[in-house]
Design a protein around this ligand. Sequence first.
Ligand code: FES
Length: 162
Amino acid sequence: MAHSVPMTPGEISRRRLLTTGVFGLGGLIGLVYIVAILRYIIPVGKSSSSFEKVGTVSDFQTEVPKRMPLGVTRTNNQPTGGAWVIKHSPTSFTAFDMHCTHLNCPYNWTGGSSPQGVFACPCHGSVFAKDGQVIQGPAFIPLWKRAVTVKNSNVLVGGIIS
Ligand code: FES
């Protein structure tokens, strides 16, 4: 028959230390996962309320996506980002952030100078329709839309709106 031996004060504090360490480490790992998941879902750091001129209305062919750099003036002519801009009419444009919603790779337009094509990401194979909807994963979030407006025939692109 087994009988329990009372623990010494040294054993109790060692056990408490181990328990605290295991729970603390588990909590830290859980926190890292939560931050990573939120970072994946929410495009942190890409939102901006300011608009940048990316060209004039005549720089764009109707319904042909064109990739335009953003942030060029901020860092020695090295753009900090970009957008795929689509002209629907002289007063109606759509802009998508240039980063794939899977893991942020820049994606391409497959149609060249044709209005027919899809957006394809070279990193893991995601494919998006011209309206930004996912055609093929692993991405499951549509392309991030950026604000876009036309003022005095200038096309201005702003931060991510959806
Ligand atoms: S980053 Fe585009 S498919 Fe993974």
